[in-house]
Design a protein around this ligand. Structure first.
Ligand code: ADP
Ligand code: ZN
Ligand code: ZN
Length: 760
C-alpha cells in the first residue's frame, strides 16, 4: 500500500494538507468561506479540504457529488463528503476546487454513510473506498449516464397508419410495431435517416418518445408457476417476510439442495410486488449462466448483473439500471454490494461463508458484513444463506442477533448422503485411493451411479523427489515445492507461477527423480486405467482454462457420457450433478492441521459442500472421507451431527483459544525483497502501537508469514487481538497515520487487514 509517489505523499503528510498552493486562496473576510471536504482517490488515509470558489455560491452543492480538484501538480476527481466552515488547516493553505461534475449526488445518503463508515472501519484511504464503489468509467470527469431514449408506438399507432404518400413513415412504424421500442442509439443501424420520419410520426401521435424501455411482453417470458414450497421453506418465507420494511438479519441455514434459492425467489417475488428492488450477492464461482437464467425465468422485471468479467461499458449500464430503478433485481459478486438502488427493499447474500466475499488486496472489505451494515442504513432486511455458515454467523444466530431459519431436509424426499471415514492408515492404497474406496466405486458404477473424487491439488504430483538423497524440487522464489505437470513436461509453482522443464535427474546426486503424492492429473490417469469402460472427466483450473471448456466438461458428466468426475475446489459449489451417488474426499488431512485457526472450519465446509453434490435426485448418496486421523474429533462431529454439530464444538474451541468470534483481529502484513526489511518495519510498527495503547489490544509478533518467501518477497506479519472491538479500532485509527509516516515503510509493501479471513 506504499503510495506510488513517495515525495508527494510525504509532503502531504507532513503538512496534513494538499499544500501546493503558490498563491494562498483569498478568504473573503466578511463571511466565513465554505470548505469542501473531499474523498480524493489517493492512497492516503484522510479526506482533503478545499475552498469553495466564490462563484459557486449559486450552485446547490450536495454530498455525493463529484468534484474536480487540484492535487499535487495535477488535478483529480473526488467525491464531496460534506461542507464545513472550518478546517484543521489554515485557510491560506487550502486550494480552490476546480469544478463540479454532477448536478445530483452520485451516491445517495445511505451509500455515502456506508462508504465513509467503511473507510473508518477498515482504516483504508477514503478516496480509494469511494472509487471502489464507482464504475471505472465514472472515476474521472465523465458525466453520469442518462437513461437511453426510446421510441415506441402509441395505442393509436397500433391500428392507424400514416397517409399512403409517406412510405418511409409506414416502414418505420412497421419496424417499431414488429420489434417493439427502439433506442436512439440503435435506430441509425435499423433505419437510415430515421429522424424526419420519426418526427412526422410523433406529430401524428402514432409514435412517442420514452425514457425507459417498456418491458416487452413476450409470450416466451411467461413466468413458470412457482414450485410449491415445502413446510420449512414456507416457514422461512413467512418469517423473513415479516421483516420486510425494517432492518433485521436472518440466517437461512439450509442443507445443500434444501431449496434455499427457491426461498430467495419467493421472497423476491413478494418484494417486487411492492415495487422495491432486491440485491442478491453470490460468490464469484456461483454466478453461473444457469443461476442468471433461473432468476430471469422465474422473476418479473429487469435483472442487472454485475460481475468482474463485464466490460467497463456493460458495468456502467448495469450500475445505471440499478440506480435509476429500472432494474428490479441486482445480481452480482462482491463489489455489487456498492451498487446504488433507488428503492432498496431486500439484500440476500448467498453462500455467505464463501471467502470470495472478502476482498484480498487493497481495500480489504467484507461484502457480507457490508451488506448487513448497508441494510441497517436503509432500514431493510438482509438474508444470509448457506449450508455451511461461517462460525461467526452461527454464533450470531445462537446469541439471537440474527434470526435463524432452518431448512433441515431436501424437498421431494431426496435423502441426505451417509458419511463414512476411510482410514488410510488401516488400508492399502493405490494412487491415493484406499481399497474400500475403490470397491465402493465399483459398486456404485455397477449400479449405474456416478462418482465424484475431490482432491484439492491440481497437477500431476505435488512434489518431485530424489529417493537417493532426499532432494526435493523447490521454487526459487517461494518457500514451496514445485508441482509436477507431466503432460506439459513442466514443474510449476502454484504460488508464483514460476515454470521450468522437469529435470532429467537429481541436481545433487544425479539419481533418478520420482514424482510423489497425487494431483488431479495423476488420479485421472490412474482412473482411466482402472475403469477403462467409463469416461473420466477432470475439472480444475488447468482443465478449464480454455473459454467454454467448463460447460463442456459439466455437460460430459451431466449427460452421463462420463461417469467419474475428479476435481478440485471448483466442484464444491454451484454445480448440480443429479446422478452422482458416491463422493470420495481423497485427502481430508490437508485441512485438519492447517496453520490457520480457520483451517478446520474450511475443511468442514468443503466436505459438507462436496458431499452435498451426492444424491441430489432420488439416489441415496454415500460419502467417503479418506484420512490418516480416523479418530479426529472434528471429523467425528461432522459425521455424527452434521455441520451444526461441528460448529458447536468448533465454537467451543474458538472460545477457549480466544479466537473470533470471541475476539477481534487486525493483521498488519509487510513484505520486502530483503529478508529483514519487513520485520524491521513491523517492529517499528509495534513500538508505535505500544506507545498508543497499554496492553489492549494484545500485539502478537512480528512473525514470519506461514509461507515466508513468496514470489521473491519475504513476508512477515503482526497480529492485533482484542476482546473489545472498540479498543482495537481506537488504536488502529491513530496507528494507521503513524504507519504512513514510518521511515521504515519505504522499503516494504504493507497493508492492514481488519477482520482478516486468512492468516497468511
Ligand atoms: P439450494 O439453493 O439450497 O442448493 P435449490 O433451491 O437450488 O437449493 O434447490 C435444489 C433443487 O431442489 C432444485 O432442483 C430445485 O428446483 C428443487 N426444489 C427446491 N425446492 C423444491 C420444492 N419445494 N419442491 C420440489 N423441488 C424443489
Ligand atoms: Zn539426489
Ligand atoms: Zn513460486
Amino acid at each position: 500500500m506504499a503510495p506510488p509517489n513517495h515525495r508527494l505523499a510525504t509532503s502531504i503528510l507532513q503538512n496534513r494538507v494538499p499544500s501546493f498552493t503558490k498563491q494562498p486562496a483569498k478568504a473573503t473576510p466578511a463571511d466565513k468561506p465554505l470548505i469542501l471536504r473531499v474523498a480524493v482517490n489517493a492512497p492516503l488515509n484522510r479526506y482533503f479540504d478545499y475552498l469553495c470558489p466564490d462563484d459557486w455560491q449559486s450552485k446547490p452543492l450536495q454530498p455525493g457529488m463529484r468534484l474536480q480538484v487540484p492535487f499535487g501538480r495535477s488535478k483529480t476527481v473526488g467525491v464531496l463528503l460534506e461542507t464545513a466552515t472550518s478546517s484543521e488547516l489554515p485557510l491560506s493553505r487550502l486550494k480552490r476546487a476546480l469544478a463540479v461534475i454532477d448536478d445530483e449526488p452520485v451516491f445517495d445518503d445511505a451509500l455515502m454513510k456506508l462508504l465513509s463508515w467503511s473507510a473508518d472501519y477498515f482504516h483504508h484511504a477514503p478516496g480509494e473506498v469511494f472509487a471502489t464503489a464507482l464504475p471505472a468509467l465514472l472515476r474521472g470527469t465523465r458525466p453520469l449516464p442518462s437513461a437511453p431514449e426510446y421510441w415506441r408506438t402509441t395505442a393509436l399507432g397500433q391500428t392507424e397508419n400514416p397517409p399512403k404518400r409517406a412510405p418511409r413513415q409506414q416502414a418505420l412504424l412497421d419496424l417499431l410495431r414488429e420489434r417493439g421500442p427502439a433506442s436512439t442509439a440503435e435506430l441509425p443501424a435499423l433505419f437510415k435517416g430515421w429522424r424526419p420520419s420519426m418526427k412526422a410520426l410523433c406529430e401524428k401521435q402514432l409514435v412517442e418518445r420514452c425514457l425507459i424501455e417498456a418491458e416487452p411482453e413476450r409470450p416466451d417470458q411467461k413466468q413458470p408457476a412457482d414450485i410449491s414450497l415445502n413446510g420449512p421453506q414456507q416457514k422461512a418465507v413467512t418469517d423473513i417476510g415479516e421483516t420486510f420494511g425494517r432492518f433485521a438479519t436472518s440466517l437461512l441455514f439450509g442443507v445443500t439442495g434444501s431449496g434455499k434459492t427457491e426461498v430467495y425467489l419467493a421472497l423476491i417475488r413478494r418484494l417486487l410486488a411492492s415495487g422495491k428492488q432486491a440485491m442478491v450477492l453470490v460468490p464469484e464461482i456461483g454466478l453461473t449462466p444457469q443461476l442468471i437464467q433461473r432468476f430471469r425465468d422465474r422473476l418479473p422485471g429487469k435483472l442487472a448483473v454485475l460481475h468482474s468479467a463485464l466490460s467497463d461499458g456493460q458495468r456502467l449500464e448495469a450500475w445505471r439500471c440499478a440506480r435509476s430503478g429500472e432494474a428490479s433485481i441486482i445480481l452480482g459478486t462482491r463489489s455489487a454490494v456498492f451498487a446504488p438502488m433507488l428503492r432498496p427493499g431486500l439484500i440476500i447474500v448467498d453462500e455467505e461463508h464463501d471467502v470470495s466475499f472478502k476482498q484480498q488486496d487493497g481495500f480489504r472489505y467484507s461484502a457480507r458484513d457490508l451488506a448487513i451494515v448497508r441494510a441497517r442504513l436503509h432500514g431493510i432486511p438482509v438474508v444470509l444463506g448457506s449450508a455451511t455458515p461461517a462460525l461467526e454467523s452461527m454464533h450470531n444466530a445462537e446469541s439471537g442477533r440474527y434470526r435463524l431459519c432452518e431448512l433441515p431436509e431436501r424437498p421431494g424426499g431426496a435423502v441426505p448422503p451417509s458419511m463414512r471415514i476411510v482410514d488410510l492408515g488401516a488400508h492399502r492404497s493405490d494412487h491415493g485411493l484406499a481399497t474400500p474406496s475403490i470397491m465402493a466405486m465399483h459398486t456404485h458404477l455397477d449400479q449405474g451411479g456416478q462418482v465424484l473424487l475431490f482432491l484439492n491439488r491440481r497437477g500431476f504430483a505435488p512434489a518431485l523427489f530424489c529417493a537417493e538423497c532426499g532432494w526435493v524440487a523447490g521454487c526459487r522464489r517461494c518457500d514451496a515445492r514445485m508441482t509436477v505437470h507431466a503432460a506439459q513436461g513442466q514443474l510449476r509453482c502454484h504460488h508464483c507461477d514460476q515454470r521450468s522443464a522437469i529435470p532429467a535427474h537429481c541436481a545433487q546426486c544425479r539419481e533418478e527423480l520420482i514424482p510423489v503424492g497425487q494431483g488431479t492429473q495423476r488420479v485421472e490417469d490412474f482412473l482411466r486405467q482402472q475403469f477403462p469402460a467409463v469416461g473420466v472427466t477432470r475439472i480444475d483450473r488447468d482443465s478449464t482454462r480454455r473459454k467454454g471448456s467448463l460447460p463442456d466438461k459439466l455437460d460430459e458428466v451431466r449427460s452421463g457420457r462420463s461417469r467419474i468426475l475428479v476435481g478440485t475446489q471448483m466442484l464444491a459449489k454451484g454445480h448440480d450433478f443429479p446422478d452422482i451417488s458416491l463422493v470420495i474426499v481423497m485427502d481430508a488431512d490437508q485441512g485438519l492441521f492447517g496453520t490457520d485457526f480457520r483451517s478446520s472450519e474450511r475443511l468442514a465446509q468443503t466436505i459438507t459442500q462436496v458431499a452435498g453434490r451426492a444424491g441430489r435426485a432420488q439416489r441415496p448418496g454415500e460419502v467417503l472421507i479418506q484420512t490418516r486421523f480416523a479418530d479426529h474429533p472434528l471429523l467425528l462431529d461432522l459425521i455424527k451431527d452434521g455441520y451444526s454439530g461441528f460448529a458447536t464444538d468448533a465454537l467451543a474451541e474458538r472460545r477457549a483459544a480466544g479466537w473470533p468470534p470471541y475476539s477481534h483481529l487486525a493483521l498488519l502484513r509487510a513484505e520486502s525483497p530483503n529478508p529483514d526489511d519487513a520485520r524491521i518495519f513491523l517492529e517499528a510498527a509495534r513500538t508505535e502501537a505500544e506507545k498508543l495503547s497499554s496492553g489492549d489490544p494484545c500485539l502478537l509478533g512480528p512473525a514470519p508469514a506461514p509461507m515466508e518467501k513468496r514470489a521473491g518477497r519475504f513476508r512477515a506479519q503482526l497480529l492485533l487481538q482484542s476482546n473489545r472491538r472498540s479498543s482495537l479500532h481506537k488504536l488502529l485509527k491513530d496507528w494507521v497515520i503513524k504507519l504512513e509516516n514510518l521511515p521504515q515503510r519505504r522499503k516494504v509493501r504493507w497493508s492492514l487487514d481488519v477482520d482478516p479471513a486468512d492468516m497468511f
